[in-house]
Design a protein around this ligand. Structure first.
Ligand code: CO
Length: 157
């Protein structure tokens, strides 16, 4: 395992749509292991492959007791209800080198369908902060940064 460099959101790759994973091979497993190690060291809630310079539809979330590896994920269902909460990103750092936080509206609940590292399809229902993290990370796979959703930049912390 190795720590990978987390890119700043101004890097062009963070704006590209990722490619689907077709080979569930050792290269994918190494990427996932490195991402988990990188995320743990950065003390973040989630990380997407483009943030470490890999244009593949791979992301992970690590929120308390909840850890998921999502490969080729899709949000197939979501609640109509939403909530607004402060959100940050390991690719969006302030001058002090720490994540900046802005309020973002997200669905309260989402259903994610994805593949695991062995190429097996699974489905998970998430709510609250894990649901927020999944929406944030899946956005990254489509070249979307959370700043795109921010409507009020005056409440920066
Ligand atoms: Co992010």
């Amino acid at each position: 395992m190795a720590i990978r460099k987390i890119l700043n959101y101004t890097e062009p790759i963070l704006r590209k749509k990722t490619k689907k994973v077709e080979e569930f091979d050792s290269e994918l497993h190494e990427l996932l292991d490195d991402m988990a190690e990188t995320l743990a060291k950065a003390n973040g809630a989630g990380l997407a492959a483009p943030q470490v310079g890999v244009l593949k539809a791979v992301c992970i979330i690590d929120v308390g007791d909840i850890f998921y590896e999502f490969i080729n994920p899709q949000i197939t269902e979501h609640s109509t209800s939403t909530n607004v909460h402060d959100e940050g990103c390991l690719s969006v750092l302030g001058k002090n080198g720490k994540s900046v936080f802005y309020p973002v509206e997200r669905f309260n609940k989402v259903t994610v369908e994805a593949y695991n590292r062995h190429g097996e399809k699974f489905k998970v229902k998430l709510k609250g902060f894990p649901a927020r993290a999944a929406q944030h990370e899946i956005d990254h796979l489509n070249g979307i940064i959370f700043l795109d959703h921010v409507t009020d930049f005056t409440v920066k912390k």
